[in-house]
Design a protein around this ligand. Sequence first.
Ligand SMILES: C[S@@+](CC[C@H](N)C(=O)[O-])C[C@H]1O[C@@H](n2cnc3c(N)ncnc32)[C@H](O)[C@@H]1O
Length: 189
Amino acid sequence: MKDNLPRIKSVYDSTYDGYDELYGEEQLIKYTMALRRIKLKGRILDVGCGTGLLLEFLESQALFSDVEKYVCLDISEGMLSLAFKRSKRLCKGKCLNVLGDALHLPFPEESFDFTLSFTVLDLLNKPLMGLKEMLRVTREAVVISLLTRLKNWTDFLRFGKEIGRTDKDVILLFNVKQALDGYLRKSIP
Ligand SMILES: C[S@@+](CC[C@H](N)C(=O)[O-])C[C@H]1O[C@@H](n2cnc3c(N)ncnc32)[C@H](O)[C@@H]1O
């Protein structure tokens, strides 16, 4: 399979300054939907954090008070430069920005309580490997939003089987444009 990482990186490196205006509103809806049932606390990893919109959302909704550490990871220097500005403004020493690849997360096993990743998995060459990596570094729950790859519960279970057993929660939010109620929470049996 052809590695699409250089292309993805170059797309985001050349369009990062228009991202918030184009997608900001849509992403806020996803964050609200996905995070309404969990209480974030401890160490949080944001995989493919982009410009740091999620960080800003959490801070604006007072969802940041029990967060001890917030790590933004992205492959695009352009996107991460904006996340860096945001974290400097909002984070008061809790935030770290890391340039890195979702398929090779540079963190030890279970080093985060929650991993969040919005609209990233679909972009990866190997989405399963991406999810496995997120589960590896997470203790409690992985929260992801997808655009297209999984469309229903059966797909999710199939996806789950390929991942293998875990007692960690995987919270999926599907394309909000098509199905606002496409929200699933499941421990993979
Ligand atoms: C659609 S944007 C979503 C950004 C952010 N999660 C949000 O909610 O606005 C996808 C992001 O994933 C990043 N990305 C794509 N592939 C990646 C990879 N292999 N590793 C890390 N980040 C990646 C891109 O650089 C981009 O910032």
